[in-house]
Design a protein around this ligand. Structure first.
Ligand code: ADP
Length: 504
């Protein structure tokens, strides 16, 4: 059975003053007028070859990358074959041995600073392309993805000549050639998280973008050319799972940094078992966002919204399980229903858009399948009554109540704008429920009591625990998981360690 999309209209709620005035505005047709970001300043090629050894290298096959908001083709991207991967890895090896390992740390820093500065000059272009290729709202790519990516390059540029202070008394060397495989939800940001520390530590890189979002990585390749980074230090390729597997299995690749699904993370671990490759895996999540009755409720509502609807819920650390204290459940659900109706869903390039397009047809299918399972298992679905565009891939911001811990929607990662709401009575119960998952990437705690925050944060098995906020990132703070969310840390000083080999 497939679920029928329910409309929120017609539901009676008692509203406060602000809420009433909003609903009057809607009734009278006071909507935002369109405010599209200009695309005049962006430069895109029709066809992207592979960036290997500082050259644009033709591939035997190309695939179209489309705009998920319009289903229109934006450009063609090269599909790297095994022999292309081999070329890229050998070029990275040559660059490591002949050039990069001989460049002083101070010089390395200069190159990384230069990349960051050129990215700043092209920030608007990066943001527009990221939104076109991936479907995320322009206000997010402009305000979060791009500045945070640049901040990672600046941050790690600063470390390049200070590594001995990061690890005093230790002897270490770069790893050599590193293979990096990234997902489609934050393409440029994930590339920055991986490339910046790798270069700062003196490694060379082969990085592969995800199937649906190759464009900002190729823009980054143009920045790298402009920064005159020595040829082969960073090689950027595109392709599919088999391309990723060829990187993982190449004998000259000494470290793998992977962000993606737990399923593929397991395949990678199996295939490198018995080798001396270093590996970091940043995998799935099913984070608990825990709201206590003493929390500042309106801020918590914003935290819930940000936790699950940011980037259409395509976020591995999304607050996809809401644990709300039983005494305030009705208030929270009522306020969430109201807030959902004011989320603007639509054109990712519109500056007022809050929720953009689902990244791909396949992802939309996965979301629908899981939501259907929630309906079939007896959970109650609530959806925004927004009007969706006719073309493209869209899913209404949604949440479920009457959710049991055993329901699939409470256990599996939906990776879409769908929240599962459950309740608890005591902090102990909240901790048990929060930890009752195969994942352990992130969590949120909302309460007025500092002591409760410290107790909860210590007992929740998650790599990141936010208190009275959610989805806050900073290059100086490490990020990573426990359990099936993977291992290893990216960001901060911890992130440097993963790109060095220590001679204890
Ligand atoms: P999702 O399901 O969200 O697309 P995946 O884990 O399948 O996440 O994909 C994340 C990245 O891993 C993508 O770049 C994809 O091409 C790559 N990938 C997929 N399968 C493999 C594999 N067997 N080995 C290495 N990389 C892979």
């Amino acid at each position: 059975m497939t679920f029928k999309e329910k409309s929120a209209s017609g539901k009676k709620l008692s509203l406060n003053g602000d809420e009433r005035s909003h609903s009057t505005q809607k009734k009278q047709g006071w909507e935002y007028s369109a405010s599209p970001e200009s695309t005049d300043h962006i430069q895109l090629r029709k066809k992207y070859d592979l960036f290997i050894g500082g050259q644009w290298v033709k591939a035997a096959k190309y695939f179209p990358t489309i705009n998920p908001a319009t289903e229109e083709k934006i450009a063609l991207a090269a599909f790297a074959s095994n022999s292309d991967v081999n070329k890229a890895v050998l070029s990275a090896k040559r660059a490591y041995e002949k050039v990069w390992s001989k460049v002083s740390p101070k010089e390395r820093a200069k190159y990384i600073f230069r990349i960051a500065r050129i990215m700043q000059e092209k920030a608007r272009e990066f943001a527009v392309i990221e939104s076109m290729d991936g479907g995320k709202p322009i206000k997010e790519s402009k305000g979060i993805d791009v500045p945070l990516s640049i901040a990672h390059f600046f941050y790690y540029a600063g470390w390049a000549d200070k590594l001995q202070f990061a690890f005093p008394g230790k002897k270490f060397l770069p790893v050599g050639v590193v293979g990096q495989i990234i997902p489609w939800n934050f393409p440029l940001l994930m590339a920055a998280w991986k490339i910046a520390p790798a270069l700062a530590c003196g490694n060379t890189v082969v990085i592969k973008s995800a199937e649906t979002t190759p464009l900002t990585l190729y823009k980054l390749a143009e920045v790298i050319e402009e920064a005159e980074l020595p040829a082969g230090v960073v090689n950027i390729i595109s392709g599919a799972g088999e391309t990723g597997a060829a990187i993982v299995n190449h004998p000259e690749v000494k470290k793998i940094a992977f962000t993606g699904s737990t399923e593929v993370g397991k395949i990678i671990l199996r295939s490198i078992a018995g080798t001396d490759k270093k590996v970091t895996l940043e995998l799935g999540g099913k984070a608990a966002n825990i709201i206590f009755e003493d929390a500042p409720i309106d801020q918590a509502i914003e935290g819930i919204i940000n936790g699950i609807y940011f980037n259409q819920g395509h976020v591995c650390c999304a607050g996809s399980r809401l644990l709300v204290q039983e005494s305030i459940k009705d208030t929270v659900v009522k306020k969430l229903k109201y807030r959902l109706r004011s989320l603007k869903v639509g054109d990712p390039l519109d500056k007022n858009t809050d929720v953009g397009a689902i990244n791909s047809k396949e992802q939309l299918k996965k979301i629908k399948e899981l939501v259907s399972s929630g309906v079939d298992e007896g959970c109650t679905l609530y959806q925004s009554d927004c009007t969706l565009p006719e073309r493209g891939f869209w899913f209404r911001p949604s949440f479920f109540t009457n959710v049991a811990q055993s329901n699939r929607i409470a256990r599996e990662e939906i990776f879409g704008p769908v929240l599962s709401i459950m309740t608890f009575r005591t902090p102990k119960e909240a901790i048990e429920k929060a930890n009752n998952t195969q994942y352990g990437l992130s969590a949120g705690i909302w309460t007025d009591k500092g002591s409760k925050i410290f107790k909860m944060a210590g007992d929740i098995k998650a790599g990141v625990v936010w208190s009275n906020t959610f989805n806050k990132f900073n290059p100086a703070s490490p990020f990573g998981g426990y359990k099936e969310s993977g291992f290893g840390r990216e960001g901060g000083l911890h992130g440097l360690k993963e790109y060095l080999s220590f001679n204890e």
